[in-house]
Design a protein around this ligand. Structure first.
Ligand code: GLN
Length: 304
């Protein structure tokens, strides 16, 4: 498969979408990002990298981080994790408060904000040095020690994070947060603030595609069955209330973030990361989603 040529065709085809959508501005620091960016990068299981566009520019991974916090939490708690968070698609906005109330404090899945705030709480209880250990896991996944938190983004999100604070308070009320609310929120925002480029993100997603290799990074170990199940949750929940549309159009397990990034995998073959800050009304990258749709259409490669 000539991925390079396919990516070049895709870049031409998505050009008319360049001004469609709006970047997230409810996190003030993200409003400063140049929205006219696009990059896509594939890393294959054989170690080849094929990229196009702004693939070395770091961006805020935001909710893509939830794949990493889920991996750690599942590794530490195993099936007991599901006592504290569900694994059903939410069909609701990623920051829905009403759904959490109806579900009496058990978030619908780990990839909505409420679920990931519970994961942050779990990791705070389990990790000796949560901030360092979390970043170190991501660096190991990507094989790149230059990955950092953007503390300015995290601080800016804390300042305006009214809904996430409400979610954390509701979780606490229902007995689903062990640690101090403020400390959990700060750790959650820090996890979201990790900065990565498309190249780094595609590398970090590769272990989720490459099930022939052992998933073992420091003290985070997952069986190939657990990796398969993380893929399943990406497929069903990775795009919130756009998950059906994403499945229909793209057909690769993936996770999006409001920074405009998407990480996805074509199991056994490659991981791919796309980035473009302008979002649709569900909070997913317009150009990123279209690029992945065209990738699976032109290659005829998807999980379906
Ligand atoms: N940090 C963001 C928030 O909590 C992440 C949301 C997202 O990327 N969908 O609102």
């Amino acid at each position: 498969m000539d991925y390079k040529k396919i990516l070049e065709e895709i870049a031409i085809e998505i050009e008319p979408l360049r001004n469609v959508g709006r970047q997230a501005d409810y996190i003030p620091a993200l409003a400063k990002v140049n929205p006219d960016r696009f990059g896509i990068c594939i890393t294959t299981v054989s170690g080849e990298t094929i990229g196009l566009g702004d693939i070395d520019e770091p961006f805020s991974i935001q909710s893509v981080t939830k794949v990493f916090s889920l991996s750690m939490s599942l590794s530490f708690l195993g099936e007991n994790l599901w006592r504290r968070v569900g694994k059903e698609p939410s069909g609701a906005a990623f920051n829905s408060l009403i759904q959490l109330e109806l579900d009496r404090g058990i978030p619908r899945n780990p990839f909505i904000n409420a679920g990931a705030i519970v994961l942050a709480d779990i990791l705070m209880s389990r990790l000796e040095n949560p901030e360092e250990d979390y970043l170190s896991f991501i660096r190991q996944l990507a094989g790149d020690d230059s990955i950092v938190y953007d503390r300015e983004v995290a601080r800016s999100e804390r300042e305006k994070g009214y809904i996430n604070a409400a979610i954390a308070n509701m979780l606490k009320y229902y007995g689903n947060l062990d640690n101090d609310i403020e400390a959990v929120l700060r750790f959650y925002f820090l996890q979201c603030s990790v900065e990565m480029s498309c190249r780094q993100l595609s590398r970090a997603f590769l272990p989720f595609a490459d099930r022939a290799s052992e998933f073992s990074f420091g003290n985070v170990r997952l069986s190939s069955s657990q990796v398969k199940r993380i893929n399943a949750i990406m497929q069903t929940c990775g795009f919130y209330n756009d998950a059906g549309e994403y499945s229909y159009l793209v057909g690769l397990p993936g996770k999006s973030g409001v920074g405009g990034g998407i990480g996805a995998v074509y199991p056994q073959c490659y991981a791919v990361a796309a980035w473009s800050p302008r979002l649709n009304d569900k909070g997913n990258s317009v150009m990123g989603m279209k690029a992945l749709e065209l990738l699976t259409t032109y290659t005829n490669e998807s999980i379906f």
